[in-house]
Design a protein around this ligand. Structure first.
Ligand SMILES: [Fe+2]
Ligand SMILES: [Fe+2]
Length: 205
């Protein structure tokens, strides 16, 4: 068991992790923005991209306040969240469902960042790194605001539009099934959900 590592060492380690996470997000956010159908959602991702670039700069300043060299360390956590998000973007979802999923992916990233910055602020305060704590708090506030903005967009129409789309597809499928029930059983068995409709929700059922 390592006995020489202090909270200060753990703090630097977390800073490096956060620095790498922010850099990964600078690359990932344009992809989320590009995949969004809603203008408001695209703008939310684009404006958080600008903030994320600023978070990179703020972290560089934090390293400076404690006399540490700026360095990143691969952040597995955010890499996993980004990887899940990119898999979602490859799914054949309808536009509003994809937007709802983009919000879900974005919020996973924001919550991860909120946990990381919450810890960093608390540790910086505990160790008396006041300047670092203030800089980290600025970023934490922006992560919280970004998360809230995504909730507002989801609850302000995107989730409901996606849900309406899901139910209208369901109704259409039920009608199709009713029509087919009156047709011959052999013809019905030759068909399936995926081949009779290009609707992505039909494939998932
Ligand atoms: Fe950030
Ligand atoms: Fe963020």
């Amino acid at each position: 068991m390592a006995e020489n590592g202090t909270l200060h060492d753990a703090f630097i380690d977390e800073l490096r992790d956060a620095y790498d996470a922010e850099k990964q997000l600078v690359k990932a956010l344009p992809k989320l923005a590009k995949s969004a159908s809603s203008d408001d959602l695209r703008e939310a991702f684009e404006s958080h991209l600008e903030e994320t670039r600023e978070h990179v700069t703020l972290l560089e300043q934090v390293f400076g306040t404690i006399g540490e060299k700026v360095r990143g360390k691969h952040c597995e956590g955010i890499a996993g969240i980004i990887e899940e998000g990119s898999k979602t973007m490859k799914e054949d979802f309808d536009d509003m469902t994809l937007d709802a999923c983009l919000i879900a992916s974005g919020q996973r990233a924001e919550h991860y960042e909120m946990a990381a910055y919450g810890t960093l602020v608390a540790w910086a305060q505990a160790m008396g790194h006041t300047e670092a704590a203030d800089l980290l708090q600025q970023t934490l506030d922006e992560e919280k605001a970004a998360d809230k903005k995504l909730t507002t967009l989801a609850e302000g129409g995107i989730n409901q539009s996606a849900a309406d789309q899901a139910h209208s597809d369901e109704d259409e499928e039920e009608e199709e099934e009713d029509e087919q029930t009156s047709s011959t059983a052999s013809r019905r068995s030759a068909s399936n959900g995926a081949s009779k409709s290009s609707s992505p929700s039909a494939k998932r059922r």
